[in-house]
Structures are given as structure tokens and as C-alpha cells.
Design a protein around this ligand. Structure first.
Ligand SMILES: [Zn+2]
Length: 268
């Protein structure tokens, strides 16, 4: 009994020590295993040691791969497939004429105010230009008065590529109709001609012409700058058109198309 007991106790001790060893080994393996596994991935993320294990090559080809995106991805991700938008990197200042206490011209009917017409066109044109990748700055985005010098200064400070001032015309002769584009410096002439042609075509308007005149906003700006007169509020027909949101949107589209064309000419 005693022997057996000793033997069995010995066996039990042996067995339990075996089990303990296995458990201990498992434990060590798990401890060792779990920190060991993550040790691999952090290496490539930091970018130091193990680049040969995971070359960054697959990353540009497949933008879905998340891990290597950090290091080499951003530039090649956009470049190869899609052409960049036509106005990417361009800074455009849109200047809605008048505002606040300065209503600009009042329509022949008495019910149309230039300061509203110009703002609506500027807002529509801004949305279109931004969709094409441009950074667009408005000299005013609501009904407020902004001094002329400030409008030019905003464009100069921003280092804008072009400045476009939007207006409605007025003349004591109520039969005068049509679109006019003004510029002052010679550097602005091509922009003026491009926008005038785009507006006349899109609006089916009478082409009053491209003219040089010393308006402050086009004189004091340091980049190609134009002042658009989209029609005469002193003319009943033009007034009706200028007050029509669909017509104003077409004017905004014409500004957008003209700007795209202008920069395309510059590139080509
Ligand atoms: Zn005006």
C-alpha cells in the first residue's frame, strides 16, 4: 500500500509536473507568440527595418490596401487613372458688384436691383468653378457693402489667377441692350475677349463689345481682371432676362466655360 501509494504519488507528481510543464510551455508560447506576431507589422509601418519583407510596390496599384497607404500612397493614388479637373490649382476671385447700401442700377420696372442679380450669378458661377477644381473667393457672399479698393485688395492678397467683376449695365437710352466686357491692363485683354465671346454665345445676347475702361477694380488688381456687364437694366427686355434665375444660371455657366477655355488656351 505504502509503496503503491508512493509510486502512485510519484506518478501523480510526475504527471502533474508534466501537465504543469505543458501549461507553462503553452503559456510561454502564447506570451511569446502574441507579442511576436505584432512585432512584424509595426516594423513596416514605421518604415525603418523590414522593407524587403513588404515592398510598397502593391500600394499604388491598389488603393484599397490600407497599411502602406501612409508612406508612399498619396501622390500616385490620384495621378495615373483620372485626369485632374480643368481648374485644379486655380484661384479665382468673383466680385458681385455693389451690395448693402449700394444697390447699383435699378431696373426700368423699379423692381430689379443690380446688387441681387450680380450676387446670384456670382454664387452660381462659384459652384460651377469649384466643381472644376478651382479655389473661388467671393468679395462678398451676401448683401453687404464692400469698398472697391477692398475688392481689388482681396484678389491681390489671395494671389488670384483671375478677377471677374459681375455687373448689370444701365443707360439713359432704354433701347440699348446686350453684353459688354471691360478690362484695363493689356494683360487682361485675352480674358476679356474669351469671356465676352462665351457670354454672347451662351445668352444669345447682343455683342456690345470688349472695351478698355479705367474701372477701379480692374485697374487696381494685379492679375488679369475683367468687369462684365451682363445686360442693361434700363432696357425692359434685358431687365426681365437678368431677373430670371435660369438666365442668370446660363450667364454663370458662360463665365465658367470662358474661364476653362481661358486657362486651356494658356496651357496649350
Ligand atoms: Zn454695376
Amino acid at each position: 500500500m505504502a509503496l503503491h501509494r508512493i509510486a502512485s504519488t510519484g506518478a501523480v507528481t510526475l504527471r502533474s509536473s508534466l501537465v504543469a510543464t505543458i501549461i507553462a510551455l503553452l503559456f510561454v508560447f502564447m506570451l511569446g507568440g502574441s507579442p511576436g506576431a505584432p512585432e512584424g507589422p509595426p516594423g513596416p509601418e514605421t518604415g525603418g527595418g523590414p522593407p524587403p519583407a513588404r515592398p510598397p510596390a502593391p500600394a499604388p496599384a491598389q488603393p484599397s490596401a490600407p497599411a502602406p497607404a501612409r508612406t508612399p500612397a498619396p501622390a500616385p493614388a490620384e495621378a495615373p487613372g483620372e485626369a485632374s479637373p480643368p481648374l485644379a490649382g486655380r484661384v479665382i476671385v468673383l466680385d458681385a458688384g455693389h451690395g448693402g447700401a449700394d444697390p447699383g442700377a435699378i431696373g426700368a420696372s423699379g423692381g430689379t436691383w443690380e446688387k441681387y442679380n450680380t450676387l446670384f450669378v456670382a454664387l452660381d458661377a462659384k459652384a460651377l468653378l469649384e466643381r472644376a477644381g478651382a479655389a473661388v473667393i467671393l468679395t462678398r457672399s451676401d448683401d453687404r457693402y464692400v469698398p472697391l479698393g477692398t475688392r481689388a485688395a482681396i484678389a491681390n492678397r489671395a494671389g488670384a489667377d483671375v478677377f471677374i467683376s459681375i455687373h448689370n449695365d444701365w443707360n439713359p437710352n432704354p433701347s440699348l441692350r446686350g453684353v459688354t466686357t471691360y478690362y484695363y491692363h493689356a494683360r487682361s485683354r485675352r480674358l476679356a475677349e474669351t469671356l465676352q465671346a462665351s457670354l454672347v454665345a451662351a445668352l444669345g445676347a447682343r455683342d456690345v463689345g470688349v472695351m478698355r475702361r479705367s474701372f477701379q477694380v480692374v485697374r487696381e488688381t494685379t492679375m488679369p481682371a475683367v468687369l462684365l456687364e451682363l445686360g442693361f437694366l434700363s432696357n425692359r427686355s434685358d431687365e426681365r432676362l437678368l431677373a430670371d434665375p435660369a438666365y442668370r444660371y446660363r450667364a454663370a455657366e458662360a463665365i465658367y466655360n470662358g474661364v476653362v477655355q481661358y486657362f486651356a488656351q494658356e496651357a496649350g
